[in-house]
Design a protein around this ligand. Sequence first.
Ligand code: CA2
Length: 165
Amino acid sequence: MPITPTNPEEPTSTMTIAIINGPNLNLLGERNPEIYGSETLQDILDMLRCEMPEVSFTHFQSNHEGEIIDRIQAIRKDNSINGIVINPGAYAHYSYAIADALRDIKGIKPVVEVHISNIHAREEFRSHSVTAACVDAVIAGAGTRGYLLGAMHVKHLAEAQTLKS
Ligand code: CA2
């Protein structure tokens, strides 16, 4: 974690968490409020920045599998990013390629998978996540607050990792 030397007597460390959202999540807030609520991705980011002002957040959304994999690979190499909160969207249910990319970062940087809806209480195909085994924790059904819970857990794991190193 980089140390920002503001006051040499009180060094403050900057933690950066990357938020990744998969396909169709750019439509949040526009349709299906009964399942996904009425907040947009921008509302979620504003909430994260308001609730965790000590953390810096980056955001990436894509409807394309390869772009999500490229982003995960870039974060693995980027020393300024401490961990990831990812909602892989429907890719969670079948993308072995994203699962492989997440498996490659596992143990190096903390990753929490978030689903806004309770995927276990919906259609059968949604109840299995192939990416879940490749991350540190999964939060499903907590609504958009799941991103905050995920970010808090990533922060906790990243701090624990720093203490060990
Ligand atoms: O519950 C979640 O967060 C999901 O990851 C959302 C995915 C879905 O395929 C997963 O099974 C569960 C899809 C998000 C689609 O979001 C839309 C929002 C508004 C309008 C259309 C789609």
